[in-house]
Design a protein around this ligand. Structure first.
Ligand SMILES: [Zn+2]
Length: 300
């Protein structure tokens, strides 16, 4: 990444985070709740956020968004955690038209993985899988410093891979990894088992206090997470898996999940694949988006 200035924007279902990024460092940031009604109002909100950070020095804008994107056409194709009305929005083209600098768009966890691979927990490794355990489960694959995208830029969509359970995913289908390994899964499982409602943080507290229902959820989720991580290791055989998102900080989940991952893998050498916590915190997505902006503008 050159010493030019870029704006990275991270569009999630609950918040939009943006930063002015120079030499991989966020020098100014702005975060606000996503107030989505339709595609046009979201674009307007993103434009206002970019305006707040704008300086005449900005060389390009990069956007990360939760869901599938057509990276080369600059189009958001849709994702289960954002409203359907946003699908097919030409986000980068609209930003390019408004701000007169190159703009690019990619999946948010592709951005996360790229940033962690370049300057975060995956820095020392050549093949890096990133996985984000948030409201949903997103993923990305970076090989030798470049994102591996696959045919439809869908490489790393681990969240909707099948782990053979009956749990219903946020996307509507059954048996997906995300349906048992995300923050929303934790909430939903607790309601189903106990009849009471609690968010992920509350379920964790309850489990620590010995609540039987909460503990049961932790064991179900650790097993599912182990299955998902084992699938990734057996498919990609990466040098490292970098885990981010709220649940990555929950040792009560991660420690048994990492143990279970190894127990599910047939080949002994693969069992020692490092599974480490992300380093860049909430900035990873927008730094990754800025890295993609830098790459896009250097090609023009
Ligand atoms: Zn799904």
């Amino acid at each position: 990444m050159s010493e030019k200035t870029y704006i990275g924007v991270d569009i999630g279902g609950t918040k939009i985070a943006a930063g002015l990024v120079k030499g991989f460092k966020v020098i100014k940031r702005h975060i606000e709740p996503t107030s989505v009604k339709d595609g046009a109002s979201l674009i307007r909100q993103v434009e206002v956020v970019v305006e707040r950070l704008w300086t005449g020095q900005v060389s390009a804008i990069g956007v990360g968004i939760a869901g599938l994107t057509d990276h080369s056409a600059g189009v958001f194709l849709g994702g289960p955690n954002l409203p359907h009305k946003l699908a097919k929005t030409r986000i980068s083209w609209l930003l390019q038209k408004r701000f007169k600098v190159p703009a690019t768009i990619d999946n948010d966890v592709h951005c996360f993985t790229l940033a962690e691979a370049k300057i975060g927990a995956g820095k020392r490794f050549s093949s890096v899988v990133g996985i984000n355990l948030g409201t949903g489960v997103g993923g990305g694959i970076v090989i030798n410093g470049q994102l591996y995208r696959g045919r439809n830029n869908g490489a790393g969509e681990f969240g909707h891979s099948l782990i053979g359970s009956s749990a219903k995913c946020g996307c509507g289908q059954k048996g997906h990894f995300e349906a048992l390994a995300s923050g929303s899964a934790m909430k939903r499982l607790y309601r189903k088992i106990s009849g009471r409602s609690a968010n992920a943080t509350e379920v964790e507290l309850l489990a620590k206090k010995g609540d039987r229902d909460a503990k049961k959820i932790f064991s179900v989720m650790a097993d599912a997470l182990g299955a998902g991580l084992a699938n990734i290791i057996l498919t990609v055989n990466p040098d490292v898996i970098v885990v981010g998102g709220g649940l990555a900080k929950v040792d009560m989940l991660m420690k048994p999940a990492i143990r279970l991952t190894a127990s599910k893998i047939i080949y002994a050498p693969l069992r020692s694949t490092p599974i480490v916590r992300a380093k860049l915190g909430g900035d990873a997505n927008l730094i990754g988006a800025a890295i993609l902006a830098a790459e896009a503008s250097s090609k023009k």
